[in-house]
Design a protein around this ligand. Sequence first.
Ligand SMILES: [Zn+2]
Ligand SMILES: [Zn+2]
Ligand SMILES: [Zn+2]
Length: 141
Amino acid sequence: MAQSSYLNELKSKKLKATPKRLAILRVLSAASVYLGPQEIWEQLKKDFKKLGLPTVYRNLEELVDAGLVSRIIHPNRRLYYFLCENRLQHHHFICVQCGKVQDISFCAEAQLLQEVDQIYGGKILSHTLQVNGLCRCCLKH
Ligand SMILES: [Zn+2]
Ligand SMILES: [Zn+2]
Ligand SMILES: [Zn+2]
C-alpha cells in the first residue's frame, strides 16, 4: 500500500499519522507473513534509536483497535500482527509454521446471530474467528 493511503486511513480513524505509526505500517506492509512485536522493533530501531519495545506494543494495539492492523493469536500463545489490505469484514487462515495469512470469506455470522437471539435472547456485538493450520507449501515439505 502506498504511504499516502496510510495517511488517509490513519486520518479516517482519527489517529495522528506519527512517524512511528507510519513506520510500523510500512514494516508490516512489506512483510508477507505475520510479525512479532520484537521483529517489528528490530526493524524500526535503525530509524528510531531510542524506541522501546513497549512503545511498539502500544502503537500496534492502537492500530489494531482502529482496525488497520490484525492481531494474530498463535497457538504458541505469542502475539503477532499482520496488515491485511482487505478492508472488508473477513477472517484469516494462518499457517502456524511459515506465518502466511490467507483470507477466508466464510463467516457464520447470520447463524450465530440467530442462535444467540433465539436460544439466549442476546445480541452479538462482534465475533472473532481465526483458523490455524498449515498452508499448502508447508504441507508439502
Ligand atoms: Zn506455511
Ligand atoms: Zn485478510
Ligand atoms: Zn465472521
